[in-house]
Design a protein around this ligand. Structure first.
Ligand SMILES: CC(=O)Nc1ccn([C@@H]2O[C@H](CO)[C@@H](O)[C@H]2O)c(=O)n1
Length: 132
């Protein structure tokens, strides 16, 4: 059995856990930043590209949350997006509809995803809307 106790401090803030761990909800822990390759960011900022397909490590975005878009290469701020949904998908199920939402031809999109993620089979379609 673990015995947990707090020592009184002159500065009570030192003992206070972060608000996120008090509330403990998914939204509190949601990532608030996403990076895109710089060459794709004009498509995101113009509202033409409305999904991105990522691996499990980048699947923890939460619908309803607002996220800052930065470039991967220079970490420059681009715009904000609101996360609409995060849906699991197999590589083989990526189709023309996804390509249209990516604003990238399917015959370019699938090799691009394979280049970024050489070995994955499971991916996540992150759908978002541009914040005006
Ligand atoms: C860490 C990081 O930034 N990674 C990625 C990963 C993917 N993508 C784009 O998402 C779509 C599906 O993969 C395609 O349009 C990709 O080019 C991206 O821009 N940046």
């Amino acid at each position: 059995m673990a015995i947990v106790f707090f020592v009184r401090s002159k500065n009570a803030n030192i003992l206070r856990p972060p608000l996120s761990s008090i509330a403990g909800s998914t939204v509190d822990q949601a990532p608030n930043k996403i990076t895109f390759f710089e060459w794709l960011t004009p498509l995101v900022a113009s509202g033409k590209k409305t999904i991105t397909i990522r691996d499990e490590s980048e699947s923890h975005y939460v619908p309803g949350t607002r996220v800052d878009v930065h470039t991967l290469e220079k970490d420059e701020y681009v715009c904000q997006i609101d996360i609409v949904s995060v849906e699991k998908i197999g590589f083989d199920d990526i189709n023309e509809e996804h390509a249209a939402q990516e604003f990238i031809p399917l015959e370019e999109l699938k090799p691009l995803i394979r280049e970024i993620y050489p070995n994955d089979q499971d991916f996540y379609v992150i759908t978002y809307t541009l914040v005006a």
